[in-house]
Ligand binder design. Structure first.
Ligand SMILES: [Zn+2]
Length: 168
């Protein structure tokens, strides 16, 4: 006689446990919440997606989405829509780009929000640069706007990196 199979409650590794902190608990990660509301989503690499921007008439996907370490999501729209507008178009807010437990891991010192924000901004500028480089590598010509944004990103990234290291 075989022992009856144990039925484990539904819920995979993505499931969040108890909300002892009283914060709202989502079973899906912020990026899932965002991607499920966008159209034309295409994964371009680990933690990277392209989608049609919901904030303007986007025929070819021009919204780039990147999930960074720690679950923070960065958005960049090549038509120039701001992250707040993009999120508003799908009923989300900027804070939805951050995991609910962001900076609340472990019992270490208080999370350094300033540092996290600098890092997130730096990742964003790096992403813009990366996309510009990828376009150039594909033989595409950057528009004047994209080119000046890429140059701006390079300068901003330099400043941000300096700030980040000055804080150590
Ligand atoms: Zn847009």
């Amino acid at each position: 006689m075989t022992s009856p199979e144990k039925r484990t409650p539904a819920g995979g590794p993505g499931r969040v446990g108890k909300a002892s902190c009283g914060w709202e608990v989502y079973q899906s990660s912020p990026v899932d919440r965002l991607l499920s509301r966008l159209e034309g989503v295409k994964q371009t690499g680990p933690g990277r997606w392209l989608a049609r921007c919901p904030a303007h008439q986007d025929c070819s996907p021009s919204l780039s989405i990147k999930q960074c370490d720690g679950g923070v999501i960065l958005l960049h729209d090549f038509a120039g829509c701001g992250a707040a507008d993009i999120l508003a178009a799908v009923g989300l807010e900027l804070r939805d780009l951050f995991p609910r437990d962001y900076g609340r891991h472990g019992s270490g010192p208080r999370p350094d929000w300033q540092r996290d924000r600098i890092q997130a901004a730096l990742d964003h500028e790096d992403l813009i640069l990366e996309i510009a480089r990828a376009d150039l590598a594909k033989g595409k010509t950057l528009s004047a706007d994209d080119r000046s944004r890429a140059l701006q990103a390079r300068d901003r990234a330099r400043v941000l990196r300096r700030k980040l290291h000055a804080r150590h």
